[in-house]
Ligand binder design. Sequence first.
Ligand SMILES: [Zn+2]
Length: 249
Amino acid sequence: MVKEATGIVLKSISYSESSLISRIYTKEFGKISVMARGAKKAKGGKAGMLEPMNIVELQINLNESRDLQILREISIIQNLSHIRSNIQKLAVGLVMVEILDKTTQANDQSEILYRLIQKSLITLDHNSNNHLTLLLFYHLQFSKYSGFNPIQDQCHQCNDLLTEANLHSQNGYLYCKNCNYNDGIYLSNDNLSLLKLLSSTHINDLQSIEINSKTVQVLEKYLIQFMVFHLQGMHNIKSLNFLNEVAFA
Ligand SMILES: [Zn+2]
């Protein structure tokens, strides 16, 4: 059956001399794989449209009993040229799509995750600064929508309100100082407040939040570790190495 969809390209790999297989996170069907025959041909090839992060409109031959769908037509909805011309933005965008790719199952549709990735990429493209704050926002929302909220008000053990906390290195929950699991990442009172602020701010208003680079690094590390504990597929996000090189070196 011929179906239309809107999606974000996650990854494309070569298949045979002239074709590509691409994974695309669609609003309508969740993550799907498509075969793009002839995509690498010099004339009329669609390889450029199948670059990661592109926001595209698709026409596919959908057969839900198969893992691989056939791509008929594709066009770009949104050109993300600013992301591709700024190495830090590029790294942030690649981390966003790789997390979505690695932690979601095929055909598991989620309109809320779709809206998050689309809005995050468009905001990353438009905004002139604050890429890393946007990434923290993305991690927070992504984890929440996936069922695990990184913001925890109370100690996992004694239920006291947290004024500062350590991430337990065995179970991925926050503990107070008295409960003494001080072997994991430490979050100060300011760190905890910033996480709450980020979580309650609209994506369009993130530019008003200023976080120094050291704090960004702590929060990034915490959110990634938290997700590694709670979301399957998070342990091997390769683009994080690239991000560390261009943003935190
Ligand atoms: Zn405690």
